[in-house]
Structures are given as C-alpha cells and as structure tokens.
Design a protein around this ligand. Structure first.
Ligand code: SAH
Length: 389
C-alpha cells in the first residue's frame, strides 16, 4: 500500500486521533490516485493509521483507522463500522416513535466523508469524498443487510467540483412506489429525498423541535426559516392556537403545507413565502414563541464577520418582536461560529433591543449527531432558548 509520510513533529495531532492531514504536514506524498486508501506514517516510519487520499482537496488525507498495521480493509471492516454506528442509534433513538435519524455522521462515527440519513425504509447516502465513492458498493450492501429496502445516493454539486466525486442523484436499486413518509417522535412527515434540501429533512433539530412543542400550548407561534414545517408541526401537535411558517422557498412551503395537512391542522396554520428578515420587520408583536433557525450564514472561516452581523440582525428582530414574557428559540448551524461567539452575538442583539432576556436552556445537536472527541469541528449546532420580558 502507498504511504503518506508526515513531517517530523507533525504526527502529534494524528497520535491524538484527529482525522485530518493538511498538505503542510506532509513530507512525502503517496503515489496514489484520488480516493485511494493510504497508510499514514511518521517521519520515523511509524505506522499511524489509514486514510483516504484527496490530493486536490484542502484536506489531503482523512483517517478512518488509528489501529493495527495489519488491518484487513475488506467488506466486513466497513460493515462493522456501520454496525457500530447502528448499534449506537438503537440505544439513543426510540424506534417505536422515531424512524428519521442520522445513521452515519461522518467523523462523528469515525467514517470521514460519509453521511447516511434514514427515513423509515429509505437510507439516503451522501458521499463527500472520492474515497467513499470507491467503497460505496460495500456501503450499499451493508445497508441492505441491515434491512434498508431503498437506498438513494445524493451528491452536492460542490463535492463533485472540489473532491472529484462523480456522484449522482439516483436510487441504487429499487425506487419506492409511494412518497416517503417517516416519523419523528410520533409526528409524521412527508420527506422529499430527491428534491428536498440536504437529504430531505433537517434531522439535527429533532430534540429542539420536541422542546418547542412542549412550550406551545395555547400560544401564537412564529416559525421562521420553516423549511417543510418541522417546528410548526410540533407546535401544532403541542396545542398552539396559531402557527405562522415563513420561508423564502416556494417548494419548502409547499412541503410544509402538505405536512400540516397530514396532521390535519390547516385551520390553525398559515404560511408565507417571503424573506424572513422582511417578514420580521413588519410582522405583529404578539407572538408568544418565535423560532429563528436560519441556514448556515458562515460557510467558511472568512465569512464569520458578515455572518455575525446577519445573526445579530436576525436576533435583534426576533427579540424586539416577541410578546412580553415570550420565548425565542434561536439557532446557528455555522460550524465556524462557536457557542461562545453565538452567545455574544445574541447578547449584543438583546442589549440593542433594550429588553430583559434570560437564557432558559442551552441547546445543541442530538445523540445521532455525535461529536468525535478528537474532532471538535464536528460540533456545529448551537441554540438558546430565551425568555424575553
Ligand atoms: N427549521 C427547519 C430547517 C431550516 S433550514 C426545520 O426544522 O426543518 C433553512 C431554511 O431557510 C431553508 O428552508 C431555506 O429555504 C430558508 N431560507 C434561507 N434564507 C432565507 C431567507 N432569507 N428568508 C426566508 N427563508 C430563508
């Protein structure tokens, strides 16, 4: 097998099991093609692990093993990795009430470059690097053996450009005959895996949606950046008197309307296809609960300053507009904005709004989005539940 040799002293982070090697740490590149598995060794030729080689990426190699030198990387190896991730899900997800969950969370499951999201009988596979594409047949087989009847491959355009992944957006074997309907905490959703955003649903907000449901009884709720109505459905199921869902995407709102129909709550719901900032500027001030769940404003470290301004403006509007004694659930899924920075941004918005604000709860990502302790970059979702006097 080809070797990637690290510069002297640069093995420290790998010994600490951080899975990424940047080009600056490499003394000698392997004679390998994009996606090939390479052995990672120190300058003194000590075995450090195995990884997928990505010669054109910012991250030259992503390690998936830090163990034995004689590891056999056959079908069973990958199957065991998937089985290990599945076993965690059987402990943290109640399958009686939830069949929407993330089965493989890339580095969080020691499987860099791979996301697998489950919607009932459907597994949606996102291949983020070439190395995963090369072993994809093993992954499909393992998923079939776990009982997933349908597998959909979904590829982001920038993955194709940056990582040389051929990808595709297609069913691997059979295509389900009916629309995919799946359940989260007993709430049913129609999920559009083919045309929806991400793999079809924002699974990472499951526990936070449940929390919103618990505080919605008899309340007027505003769900901004609603997508297919995740928070709205929980609020309605929790007894909200009226819910407004706002999203700039017509397709998202169409799905949202369909989902509201599934739970039979159309009379207590209204949706708006409009920019959330514009909506918040002119909306009423009698919402008891406001949810602010925008897309990642900071997609890179360079974008943090602009993103911070965006979050500040959004939170200022939300905190200004909520009724006295109301709740604001505010989130950021930008990996480059950490918990502390997010809290400072919300502090600054609260202070400009000149209202008394208390943090009731600090929110995060759920158990099926585990954070590899050696890879803090995997912690990306943060939120605050605020009470505004
Ligand atoms: N809260 C949702 C997920 C939100 S994802 C859930 O629980 O499922 C972010 C959503 O914001 C996307 O649906 C996107 O279409 C929408 N969006 C992005 N920018 C927007 C803007 N400026 N105004 C309104 N919606 C926007």
């Amino acid at each position: 097998m080809n070797k990637i040799v690290l510069k002297s002293g640069r093995e420290r982070s790998i010994i600490n099991r951080h899975p990424w090697i940047f080009s600056g740490a490499v003394k000698q590149m392997p004679q390998a093609n994009n996606g090939e598995i390479v052995q990672v060794v120190s300058n003194a030729n000590e075995h450090l692990g195995f990884g997928f080689f990505s010669p054109n990426s910012q991250i030259t190699c992503r390690l998936f093993s830090f163990d034995k030198e004689d590891e056999i990387l056959d079908f069973n190896y990958w199957k065991n990795k998937i089985a290990n991730a599945y076993s965690l899900r059987t402990r943290v997800i109640n399958f009686d009430t939830t069949n929407i969950y993330r089965l493989i969370c890339a580095e969080g499951d020691f499987f860099p470059g791979l996301i697998v999201d489950v919607y009932n009988e459907v597994a949606v596979v996102q291949v983020l690097i070439k190395g995963i594409e090369l072993i994809a047949p093993y992954i499909y087989k393992a998923l079939n053996e776990l009982g997933f009847k349908y597998i959909y491959l979904k590829t982001k355009q920038n993955t194709q450009l940056l990582e040389g992944v051929l990808g595709g957006n297609n069913w691997i074997d059979a295509r389900p005959q009916h629309q995919v309907i799946a359940t989260e905490h007993g709430v049913n959703f129609a999920v559009d895996v083919e045309n929806g955003q991400k793999t079809g649903f924002f699974i990472d907000q499951r526990e936070n949606r449940k929390l919103v449901g618990e505080y919605s009884k008899g309340k007027k709720v505003l769900n901004t950046f609603s997508y297919s109505g995740g928070f709205s459905l929980y609020a309605l199921e929790g007894g909200a008197s009226l819910v407004h869902s706002v999203d700039s995407s017509k397709d998202a709102i169409q799905l949202c309307e369909q989902n509201i129909g599934i739970i039979n709550k159309k009379e207590s719901h209204q949706s708006f296809v409009v920019d959330c900032f514009d909506f918040l500027k002119t909306c009423d001030t009698d919402y008891d609960v406001i949810i602010l769940d925008p897309p990642a404003f900071a997609k890179s470290a360079k974008a943090v300053d602009n993103a911070a301004r965006g979050y500040k403006n959004l939170n200022l509007l939300g905190i200004k507009k909520v009724a006295p004694g109301g709740l604001v659930f505010t989130f950021s899924c930008s990996q480059h904005i950490d918990k502390d920075l997010f809290r400072k941004i919300v502090f600054s918005a609260a202070s400009d709004a000149k209202r008394n604000v208390r943090i009731i709860k600090q929110l995060s990502q759920p158990e099926d989005h585990p954070i590899n302790i050696y890879h803090p970059e995997g912690e990306y979702l943060k939120g605050l539940m605020l009470q505004v006097d």
